[in-house]
Ligand binder design. Sequence first.
Ligand code: SAH
Ligand code: SF4
Length: 348
Amino acid sequence: MRPDKNELIQMLSLETDEELNELYKRAYEIKKSKVGTKVYFRGIIELSNICYKNCYYCGIRRGNPNFTRYTISMEEALTEAKWCYEQHYGSLVIQAGERTDKAWIDFVTELISGIKQLSDGKLGITLSLGEQSEETYQRWFDAGAHRYLLRIETTNQKLYKELHPQDHDFEYRMSCLRLLRKVGYQVGTGVMEGLPGQSIEDLADDILFFYDEDVDMLGMGPYIPHRDTPLGSLVEGFDKEKALKMGLKMIATCRIALQDVNIATTTALQALHPEGRELGLMAGANVLMPNITDTKYREEYQLYEGKPCLDENADQCIGCLARRITSIGETIGFDEWGDSLHYSKRKS
Ligand code: SAH
Ligand code: SF4
């Protein structure tokens, strides 16, 4: 049933601890009955911080000269993927800035094939590489990727225009989501919460958009300002607690409204609270994406300020992560792809 907008607004407007705990509990119950309490890990490789785009909110935008650009070599990326496989992660995510040139498309294609080969076809591959042509999406799909994350960022088109330069086109981004579906990917999207100028009503519309587009996966997170961006002045006075609360409310409301989709608890939550990702799981999320990028690159992949784990290598993170997950009563779906049940139902 299509969610009721007023109810969404009401849930997103809750403020007191008591009301919020009720909301999270309700969402958790739905998660338990619809998708279970198994957390699926997707190791994330931040393949490159080179980006042709210039989104006003993002630290690695083309126009930021204040750090070194890198692309991880094929060999290193395959080593990270192998590590992921050996840790019994079911899948990994390849994320990067947006590039559409042939050398990049070929490089990614080769990497996907290499990962499939080293894992005997077993590692699931999600891509988060921005807007591409249908041909490119198809090539990457044929090489073995099967899920794609492309956040719409906000469905308020006026706000979208304010947050992006003229040549970034909302309609085009939308059409990419549909191309992804057409090619056969499980499609994930999402938004940032707390963007300057965004209202609760906008977030309710975002959820209706997720419903109408029948998406399989959601990756959402609070907007966190970065000083080297056009929105840098927002760094002063940024209210972490409020941002965290909005991030958790959005997860819970989406779980209640959309039921069986996969919802990620994202690093942006962890940037706001050391246990932000666990709180996300308790509010209804069921996917977690540990960062497996070698620490030597992490300083250079700061989409926002205060990104955590900058000086921890993947191994160290994993030990404490697994412990934290079991301590909140959840299990980990080792060696499983953890596909979206929503997707499986639509296919059958
Ligand atoms: N270039 C690709 C993927 C990498 S960016 C793309 O844009 O799709 C991944 C996500 O990081 C973006 O979709 C955006 O939602 C998020 N992001 C960028 N800047 C951010 C910020 N300042 N705070 C929180 N999230 C941010
Ligand atoms: Fe590039 Fe993505 Fe950042 Fe936009 S959000 S500047 S496309 S990396």
